[in-house]
Write a protein that binds this ligand. Structure first.
Ligand code: OGA
Ligand code: NI
Length: 377
């Protein structure tokens, strides 16, 4: 999930989930998923191998690079995600990012609330924004911060406690910036496109948001989700998972499967904007988070988004007679995205041909509630 501008109608903020847990209150009704179209909520779905990509090989000019590019193309076309290893960040550094996340959420509520988000803003500490009466809330608290461009950072929302928080986030952002270049170039190469095809979306003025997520212990994991099913509105998303507690599930061939923890890996998933730019060859990953009655879980998600004025459309090289253009041109996709996310819907860009739309719809499964938005080419 990602957004670059405040949701259009924000009605209220609710209490952090941690507060509900501390007070031992009965779970409010609006967290409970009743008769969902998404099938049962079950934490024990099979855990499946997700493709593992060695980022070191992607940049190598030796013949070992070719098969890795092919692996990348296949992972993004069939899964929409991969576990990135050999990404240049030491395991001890990833542990540091996890540690500052845990330390922040373990602070007393008054301390965390110094960084609370306001009604007008998406950045800061808090939980789900309530935009509709019928919204089912996610069992998660988060600290959401814009990290790039640097001159747009709201430092008053950046915790000073733990005292290593800011430096750690700075260094993490720096490293993810380098990875972005490697991954976006490789994505283009794997489709035989010009290296800059995806990278151009994310140069000057591109936005990067990092969201620190806490999924507190939940009394009803059978009917409550940490995050409801969604695909990210980003170009790509970097996810650092908890080292010990699983919870992320992805939809593969209409089945929910658990993502195994590889402590030294970063999960990289494709967002809607790259599905669009690849004319549907790459798939934006549909995923959700289940809760746990015994252990809390943390994760750190970083969303990469084109500048809101940037127009995104299917790459020329991927539109031809065999593969007609599937999507219209979009601008500021995330504002549309966010509006729909809280309503449990997925924005999808109108396809040109009805039959293609139908195929697309069927292949994605009915659980993706598709909204057709007319947008200008
Ligand atoms: C997200 C997300 C997964 C996780 O923040 O959009 O999908 O494991 N997070 O927390
Ligand atoms: Ni997500």
């Amino acid at each position: 999930m990602a957004a670059s501008s405040p949701p259009p109608r924000v009605e209220s903020l609710s209490n952090p989930v941690q507060q509900l847990v501390i007070n031992g209150e009965q779970v409010p009704e609006n967290y409970i998923h009743r008769n969902t179209d998404d099938g049962p909520i079950c934490a024990s779905f099979p855990v499946t191998e997700i493709p593992i990509i060695d980022l070191g090989l992607l940049t190598s000019s030796s013949p070992t690079g070719e098969p890795e590019l092919e692996k990348l193309r296949s992972a993004l076309s069939s899964w929409g995600c991969f576990q990135a290893i050999n990404h240049g960040m030491a395991s001890s550094f990833l542990d540091k990012v996890r540690a500052v996340t845990k330390e922040f959420f373990a602070l007393p509520m008054e301390e965390k609330q110094k960084y609370s988000r306001t009604l007008e803003d998406i950045e800061g500490y808090g939980n789900d924004t309530v935009v509709t009466e019928h919204q089912t809330l996610d069992w998660t608290d988060r600290l959401y911060l814009l990290v790039r461009p640097e001159d747009q950072r709201k430092l008053k929302l950046w915790p000073e406690n733990p005292d290593t928080f800011r430096d750690t986030l700075n260094e993490y952002t720096e490293k993810l910036g380098q990875l972005t270049e490697i991954v976006l170039k490789a994505m283009a190469k794997s489709l035989s496109l010009d290296d800059s095809c995806f990278l151009d979306h994310c140069r000057e003025g591109a936005l990067m948001y990092t969201r620190f997520n806490l999924y507190p212990v939940c009394p009803r994991p059978d009917v409550i989700l940490g995050l409801k099913p969604h695909a990210d509105g980003s170009t790509i998303t970097f996810l650092l998972q908890d080292k010990e507690v699983e919870g992320l599930q992805v939809l593969k061939d209409d089945q929910w499967v658990g993502v195994p923890i590889i402590p030294q890996a970063l999960l990289i998933n494709l967002g809607d904007q790259s599905e669009l730019a690849s004319n549907g060859i790459f798939k934006s990953l549909v995923h959700r988070v289940v809760t746990n009655s015994e252990r809390e879980r943390i994760s750190v998600a970083t969303f990469l988004l084109p500048h809101p004025d940037m127009e995104i459309e299917p790459a020329n090289g991927l539109v031809n007679e065999q593969r007609p253009r599937l999507y219209k041109k979009v601008k500021n996709y995330v504002s549309l995205y966010f509006h729909n996310y809280q309503r449990g819907k997925r924005p999808i860009v109108h396809s040109k041909f009805k039959f293609i739309f139908l195929l697309f719809f069927i292949s994605y499964g009915l659980y993706r509630k598709v909204i057709i938005k007319s947008m200008e080419f």
